[in-house]
Design a protein around this ligand. Sequence first.
Ligand SMILES: Nc1ncnc2c1ncn2[C@@H]1O[C@H](COP(=O)(O)OP(=O)(O)OP(=O)(O)O)[C@@H](O)[C@H]1O
Ligand SMILES: [Mg+2]
Length: 405
Amino acid sequence: MERLFGRSRPALGLDIGSHSVKLVELEKTGDQYELKRWVVHPLRDEAAEEKALARSREAILAALKDIYSTHGIQNRRVVTAVSGESVIVRIITIPFIPNQDEQMLQLSIQTEARDFIPFDMADVAFDFQLLGISERSGEQGQVQEVLIVAVKKDLVDSHVHLLREAQLEPCIVDVGAFALVNAYAECSNQISGESAALVNIGAEITSIAIVKDNATRFTRDLAIAGRNLTNALMSYLGKTREEAERIKAETGLGSRKGESESLSLTIEGNQYAQPDIVSDVTKALEGLGLGDEPVMGATDSGPADQGRVAEVCEQILGDITSEVKRSLLFYENQLDGEPIGRIILSGGTAMLPNLCPFFEETLGVKTEIIRPLDKINHQLSSEEVDNLSPLLGVAIGLALRSATR
Ligand SMILES: Nc1ncnc2c1ncn2[C@@H]1O[C@H](COP(=O)(O)OP(=O)(O)OP(=O)(O)O)[C@@H](O)[C@H]1O
Ligand SMILES: [Mg+2]
């Protein structure tokens, strides 16, 4: 029937994270979207043990197979995304030349872009989008702003290869941060002219994107996120991974009663894949304690324990907010010269109790959790909406790419 009426089947939005795989199917009727299907499928524990970014292909293949068979999904066309250090997104400026032809424009952009791309141009897939024209003081006169994107080809190739191995048909490979911006721009209540920082805190990656009037102005990925919280809680409280996950979700940054007892903490190895981008967490965490031995085998979760949980969470999140602050300052001072009006949190870690107030206190910016389902018709309860909204942002943004085509 679809063929008869020339309607191509929309693709599914597929967000492969290090903690779970999210899949979203949207249907567009007129200018209304409807959520036809959503899946959040956890990856097996073996994947959780993998080093940062080295996601277990086997675990992902097994998850995709499970998702398709359990939910009886027929549509194998997917829109997916890549993220991480091999993805470079920048705004550059080139001299504005009226009536510039396409070839000259391309050449000018590629030449300028080289300075910002730390890879051989032959190794990257390159794309750009023209933004506004602005006045620059001095000799430069009018300049054309251009958003450039460069992604290492081997990252895209390995992603596409993995999907094909799972018998899927990848039709668009996007950048994770752009997908989130897309979901925010299309489905949330934006304030015109406001610069908002989207901060997606997943399991291994925290991705920062600054958006203004539907345009991405800045992106950056950090290799520190929810798993660092879990690992620190495991070391600190001597809990298993499952217990630490539970304590994290129940207590998070919850209110602390009184001074916490003396404690010490040993974090094994370097938890972060990019030690240069974060402060030394081991040192920071050691600063919490007085003794030399790790606290092992604590069993209750009374007020003292809760205080400790909150303190560990605060230390790790302090590292994240410092990096977010650096990005906000870079944007405010070097890019647009405008303050950030709002921070929009997403990702599973956004559900950490009291995270919004923590961001507001630390960064002095109004903070809320993304609501990508606000403008999508669905049959979910309000509780389901609250639980799914932080998780589905990227997958919704991806599904929108195909539903709007
Ligand atoms: N209620 C909660 N409180 C705190 N953390 C939570 C909660 N629920 C989930 N998390 C954490 O969220 C993380 C998973 O988030 P998410 O699904 O966004 O990650 P991912 O997309 O799979 O990973 P990534 O994008 O980093 O590769 C895990 O670290 C998990 O422990
Ligand atoms: Mg993610």
